[in-house]
Ligand binder design. Structure first.
Ligand code: IPM
Ligand code: MG
Length: 353
């Protein structure tokens, strides 16, 4: 397995180091080899060279089986530039059409939802990752004048919906929730009467191929309500890109915050190159202090293993993470964990079976 590693900005490299430490230990235990290629893309390099992704970078990354990304975001770079030119460009050029975001409350982790337990908060959001408002279609008319007009067009394609929904149904089937297999489409068909009509019709059609999965629907606003009130209702959610972005931040909060939440940008096609990342940002103010929480980063490594042909190792890493959150860590907030960043990494390594 060839892994391209972009440690990135701020605390990104610190949490990445812990994820790599865990990878090394689990690979020894489970007897598989891997190769790491580090890349220095991120804010620092951009400030020095004026270039975010140099010529040929995409092809070089593509020659790896997958990418591990620590964090991007630099205090001296205008917000949005690195996100668009690095994160979004990679998602698009590598056609990573699935954004996979487990929302799981690990044992011992505090949730702001009163009385909710790990068994109540355990679902997965499958977010379409290449279309919708993220396609970057739009423009200005009479820019800078009092008559200015701006458009930003959401696009939904038959093919884009189909491949995402089919993947989500397969995923739900394989997840095989003992409480029942349910895939909830989250959209806004009552208002987005063209785009989400296509989304809805395609979902219905693909659902016919999966008798064993309950095909369910929620409007996005209702979904936000249920995620807070009855998160135990959900098994797998599939949704469009923009709504997916919003509800996954809500998901991250109910699972204990950005220090815990991990995500994968997946191209499931043969030879596809997927990218895994902790959801928290680069948290520059904590850089170099050995206080940032590496749990999300280690969970992202578990996802990488799970999606790259080593599901048993992925599960072992996740189990070790749960043991550490459940029996060792005092909190998931930076500086309040009861341990340093490197100590949490060590604890996860020691907990691996
Ligand atoms: C995410 C992030 C990105 C997104 C940003 C950083 C562009 O919020 O991965 O959810 O909007 O997709
Ligand atoms: Mg987001």
């Amino acid at each position: 397995m060839k892994i391209a590693v972009i440690g990135g900005d701020g605390t990104g490299p610190e949490v990445t180091a812990e994820a790599l430490k865990v990878l090394q230990v689990v690979s020894k235990k489970d007897g598989f080899d891997y190769q790491i290629t580090p890349f220095d893309f991120g804010g620092e390099r951009y400030l020095k060279t004026g270039v975010i992704l140099p010529e040929g970078a995409i092809d070089e990354l593509k020659s790896h089986d997958c990418i591990y990304l620590g964090a991007i975001g630099h205090p001296d770079v205008t917000p949005g530039i690195l996100e668009r030119k690095l994160l979004l460009d990679l998602r698009f050029s590598l056609d990573q059409y699935i954004n996979l975001r487990p929302v799981q409350l690990y044992p011992g982790v505090e949730t702001p939802l009163k009385d909710k337990k790990p068994e109540d908060i355990d679902f997965v959001v499958v977010r379409e990752n290449t279309e919708d408002l993220y396609a970057g279609i739009g423009g200005f008319l009479k820019k800078g004048t009092a008559d200015e007009v701006a458009t930003q067009t959401a696009i939904y394609t038959r093919k884009g919906c189909e491949r995402c929904f089919r993947w989500a149904f397969e995923f739900t089937r394989q997840r095989n929730n003992p409480k029942g297999k349910r895939l909830t489409l989250v959209a806004k068909t009552n208002v987005l009467t063209y785009g989400h009509d296509l989304v809805w019709r395609t979902f219905q059609e693909i659902a016919e191929e999966y008798d064993d999965v309950e095909a369910d629907y929620n409007h996005v606003d209702a979904c936000c309500m249920w995620m807070v009130k009855n998160p135990e209702y959900y098994d797998v959610i599939v949704t469009t890109n923009m709504f997916g972005d919003i509800i996954t931040d809500l998901g991250a909060m109910i699972q204990g915050g950005m220090g815990v939440a991990a995500g994968g940008n997946i191209n499931p096609d043969p030879g596809g190159c997927s990218m895994f990342e902790p959801m928290g940002g680069s948290a520059p103010k904590y850089t170099g202090q050995n206080v940032i929480n590496p749990i999300a980063a280690i969970s992202a490594m578990a996802m990488l293993l799970d999606q790259s042909g080593h599901p048993t190792s992925g599960k072992k890493v996740l189990d070790a993470v749960k043991l550490v959150t459940g029996t060792k860590m005092k909190s998931q907030s930076a500086g309040k964990m009861g341990y340093s960043t490197t100590e949490v990494g060590d604890l996860v390594c020691e907990s691996l079976v």
